[in-house]
Design a protein around this ligand. Structure first.
Ligand code: CTP
Ligand code: ZN
Length: 156
C-alpha cells in the first residue's frame, strides 16, 4: 500500500469521534451499539478489514459532529476490548482513551434464556452484570443465565 492509498482510505475528519482498533468484522455492531441505523442523519465513515500493524486487520468507525461520551462507548468493550476512542476537534486528536469494560449492561443485549422475564412481553429491559472482562462473562440479573459466547449475536 502506498502513501496516497493510505491517505485516501483514512481521510481526516474535522470534528467528531473516531473509534479505532475495532476487532475486524465488528464495525456494524459498533454502529448498532451507538444507535446509528438507516434513519440516522449522522455522517459516518466505515472502514472494514484495513491492515493494522498490531492487530493484523481492524475496523474503524468515524462519526462526524458528535463527541461520544465514555458511558456511551463502553459497551463497545464487550465486542472490541482493544478499541480506542479519539475525540477530534479542528482536525486534531483532542482526547484519546481506550474503551473501559462497563460494570453492567442494560437494554443492549438479549438474554439467552427464552423464559427470562426480559424476553417476555413485560416492560423489563435486559440487564447483565459483567462478571469477568477477559474472557467476557455476563450474568443476567433476572435469571442468572450466563452469556460468554456470541455476545455480538445477542445485540438487541
Ligand atoms: N483521525 C481522523 N481525523 C483526524 C485525526 C485523526 O480521522 N482529524 C483518525 C486517524 O485516522 C486514526 C485515529 O483518528 O484512525 C487516531 O489518530 P492518531 O492518534 O493521529 O493516529 P495513531 O497515532 O495511529 O493512533 P494510535 O496511536 O491510537 O494507533
Ligand atoms: Zn435472563
Amino acid at each position: 500500500m502506498n502513501v496516497s492509498d493510505r491517505e485516501l482510505r483514512v481521510k481526516p475528519i474535522n470534528n467528531g469521534t473516531v473509534i479505532d482498533h475495532i476487532e475486524s468484522g465488528q464495525a456494524l455492531n459498533v454502529l448498532k451499539i451507538l444507535g446509528i441505523g438507516s434513519h440516522s442523519k449522522t455522517v459516518v465513515s466505515l472502514l472494514m478489514n484495513v491492515p493494522s500493524g498490531a492487530m493484523g486487520a481492524k475496523d474503524v468507525v468515524k462519526v462526524e459532529g458528535r463527541e461520544l461520551d465514555p458511558e456511551e462507548v463502553d459497551t463497545i468493550a464487550l465486542i472490541s476490548p482493544r478499541a480506542t476512542i479519539n475525540i477530534i476537534r479542528n482536525y486534531e486528536v483532542a482526547e484519546k482513551f481506550r474503551v473501559g469494560m462497563p460494570r453492567k449492561v442494560v437494554g443492549i443485549i438479549k438474554c439467552g434464556n427464552p423464559n427470562c422475564i426480559s424476553n417476555s412481553n413485560e416492560p423489563v429491559s435486559s440487564k447483565f452484570m459483567v462478571e469477568s472482562a477477559d474472557p467476557v462473562l455476563l450474568r443476567c440479573s433476572y435469571c442468572e443465565f450466563v452469556l460468554d459466547k456470541n455476545i455480538a449475536d445477542n445485540l438487541l
